[in-house]
Design a protein around this ligand. Structure first.
Ligand code: ADP
Ligand code: MG
Length: 314
């Protein structure tokens, strides 16, 4: 939290907007339900008065919204762990899906899991995918990332046509450019944390020394350097998920896909993991697509994609 920051002008903008509306801090606090000292912290950019970054961003968005400012735009300036200005707008596309259909055929019936899905995700953005169980969120992630074949449509990742690649080429592309985080962590139980993280690097052809160096580097990013020699069963759920996150990030992927990454974690641990996701997204300018049930999580993302019955509805 110590060096979290946003553009200094943002605080001034909030304060001016509040004055224009003739609101005292206390009145604004009543209106937003956010304590006055937190609002003041947001205006003065005084980290000491702010809660954990994961909430600070949420508060910033709601406060800006309540003052008639564009909360999404303003909260986008929140840059945990970084001191420079807002990220550039109008970024190039990382994901573009056009008219994607995917069905599962069993002997008795056909399930239309995705129907005419169209989606564009900008490079460096943090997108939440939400919707009721069974609506196709996992299928969306698995098809957009090329883990699963589609029946119809086009998928471009960083401008490359995933749908036109053969299996081998797609697998290679995935290993080189994508990272994955699953609800169940999927760590190898017999390997230590650092070995789990370096495994995909070794598989990808990295040298033993380089892989170890990089693995320790990412473990440090997820604040687990002191647990590098622990096996998964010697780690808490949150720590295991942070190892999984480190493994996903080790190859410096352009995009990270996460399917309910906090689904198996209690709320404190899940906040810790999400805060880390936010920080890494800003710091490394990586694109994150995160399936989640939690509306509070959705509110922290740049954008929420809502699904229902295999379709994107908003
Ligand atoms: P979500 O992740 O939103 O819960 P899924 O993408 O897992 O939803 O599933 C979407 C739909 O496709 C559901 O109706 C599910 O039952 C069906 N489905 C998913 N995987 C398979 C499969 N391998 N075979 C048959 N049906 C499947
Ligand atoms: Mg799912």
């Amino acid at each position: 939290m110590e060096n979290s920051s946003y553009d200094r002008n943002t605080g001034r903008l909030l304060e001016e907007a509040r004055h224009q509306r003739g609101l005292s801090l206390e009145a604004a606090a009543r209106q937003t339900g956010i304590p006055a000292h937190v609002l003041e912290g947001l205006e003065k950019e005084d980290a000491v008065r702010l809660p954990a970054a994961v909430y600070a961003r949420l508060f910033l968005k709601n406060y800006a919204d309540s003052l008639g400012l564009d909360g999404r735009e303003i909260s986008g300036r929140w840059e945990p762990g970084r001191q420079d200005g807002p990220s550039p707008k109008g970024r190039p596309l990382m994901v573009e899906a056009r008219g994607v259909y995917k069905s599962y055929r069993t002997e008795e019936l056909t399930v239309h899991a995705l129907e005419d899905v169209n989606l564009r995700v900008e490079k460096g953005s943090l997108v939440a995918v939400m919707g009721p169980s069974g609506c196709g969120k996992t299928t969306l992630l698995n098809t957009l990332s090329g883990l699963d074949e589609i029946d119809h449509g086009e998928i471009f990742i960083g401008g490359e046509p995933l749908h036109a690649m053969n299996d081998a080429r797609r697998t290679e592309y995935r290993a080189r450019h994508m990272g994955f985080v699953f609800q169940t962590f999927n760590l190898m139980p017999v390997l230590s944390a650092v070995e789990n993280v370096e495994l995909p690097l070794l598989v990808g052809g990295a040298g033993v020394k380089a892989a170890r160096k990089r693995a320790l580097e990412v473990l440090q990013q997820v604040r687990l350097l002191d647990r590098a020699r622990h096996r998964p069963n010697q780690l808490s759920g949150g720590q295991q998920q942070r190892v999984a996150l480190a493994r996903a990030l080790a190859g410096d992927p352009a995009i990270v896909w996460a399917d309910e990454p906090t689904g198996n974690l209690d709320s404190d641990t899940s906040n810790e993991v999400l805060e880390l996701l936010l920080q890494l997204n800003r710091k490394n300018e990586q694109t994150f697509v995160v399936v989640t049930h939690d509306p509070a999580v959705g509110a922290l993302m740049d954008r929420v994609v809502r699904m229902e019955d295999g379709r994107i509805v908003g």
